[in-house]
Design a protein around this ligand. Structure first.
Ligand SMILES: O=C(O)CCC(=O)N[C@@H](CCC(=O)O)C(=O)O
Ligand SMILES: [Zn+2]
Length: 325
């Protein structure tokens, strides 16, 4: 049985009800699989394919899941594997009717009830139930993505706004151990999956960006060995809490979001401009009718510039170097 091949072909996987040592296996929905050992050390949600054309993380997640199903890897943590948008994965599209990662934590009156909104509600429910079953255990969520553009920093993470909580230095160091070179500290709530699990499920939720989006089978150029090694450790219930000074990610904070308000929106950046390109103060980054978005910050860099987003959505992040408060 090849779980990913079945998922992409729309076949129901033939799964046993349990793995070795009484570890329970539950199919909770399409692309949603829980693996629950009898005495888990902690609880981990790994997700990918929220954007269907971001395949490197899907391949990594499928490899880990397959190793568990084949008995080559033994779970000592309670695990939820979530392939976010199987239909978009089949079509190699970022999204179909709506960007799934802009629909979390929003009521149906705002999102409507299209396929993406329904999937967001399903993911929210499955994750809430999963983490509700974790009692007081430590909870982690890595939502794995790749970026549309090339990047001057290949692997980076977004740390969702933690509200009254402090940014957690240990979790930032853990990301460093995963090969993450920079972490963006968010300054406001977002409609993303990782913000949702952090805010509503008590998990340490992060979005990880792992190179550039490429079709299935074309991901050899991104090296995810360190992330894979750390995920294998976590799956086996081993959690490091002390990390050396080497490999600590660089920190940036989100200074401002560029929002596309209307069809008149113009983004003054070539498509070849990479994530983390520095923009000088005074640079007119975008215009939207009478509104001009002018860079004011010293050392500002642009991340995720995208003129094609729907009106009302983020069309880029302006980030500046930061330190932990
Ligand atoms: O390259 C891009 O423009 C987008 C890549 C991507 O999908 N990034 C995530 C980040 C989510 C977050 O801010 O936590 C997204 O845009 O949904
Ligand atoms: Zn993505």
């Amino acid at each position: 049985m090849d779980y990913l091949a079945d998922l992409l072909a729309g076949r129901l996987p033939q799964l046993p009800a349990s793995l070795a040592q009484g570890t329970r296996l539950s199919l909770l929905g399409e692309g949603l699989l829980a693996i629950e050992p009898a005495a888990p050390a902690f609880d981990v949600l790994i997700s990918s394919g929220i954007h269907g054309n971001e395949t490197a993380p899907v391949e990594l997640m499928a490899k880990l899941l397959q190793a568990l199903l084949d008995g080559q890897l033994r779970a000592q943590a309670r695990l939820l594997f979530a392939f976010g948008n199987p239909e978009a994965m089949r079509r190699n599209e970022r999204y179909l009717d709506d960007d799934l990662n802009r629909l979390f934590g929003k009521p149906s009156s705002v999102t409507g009830q299209g396929p993406a909104a329904c999937r967001a509600r399903e993911l929210e429910g499955v994750c809430r139930d999963f983490f509700a079953g974790s009692a007081d255990r430590w909870k982690l969520h890595y939502d794995l993505h790749t970026a549309i553009r090339g990047s001057r920093i290949e692997k980076f993470a977004i740390y969702p706004y933690p509200h009254e909580q402090a940014f957690d230095a240990t979790e930032i160091a853990r990301l460093g151990a995963c090969g993450i070179e920079a972490v963006l500290l968010q300054s406001a709530a977002s409609p993303t999956f990782s913000y949702y699990t952090r805010r509503h499920c008590g998990a340490h939720g992060f979005t990880l960006e792992l190179g550039k989006a490429r079709p299935f089978g074309q991901n050899a150029c991104v090296n995810l060995d360190r992330l894979e090694a750390e995920l294998r450790r976590l799956i086996q219930g081993q959690r490091l809490d002390h990390f050396g000074a080497d490999g600590q990610p660089a920190l940036f904070k989100v200074a401002r979001e560029v929002v596309k308000h209307s069809d008149a929106f113009a983004l003054h950046l070539e498509d070849a401009v990479e994530n983390f390109t520095e923009l000088a103060p005074g640079y007119v980054l975008a215009e939207d009718g009478d509104y001009r978005f002018v860079v004011e910050e010293q050392g500002a860099r642009i991340v995720f510039p995208n003129r094609k987003v729907k009106n009302g959505l983020r069309a880029g992040l302006l980030v500046v170097p930061a330190a932990l408060p």
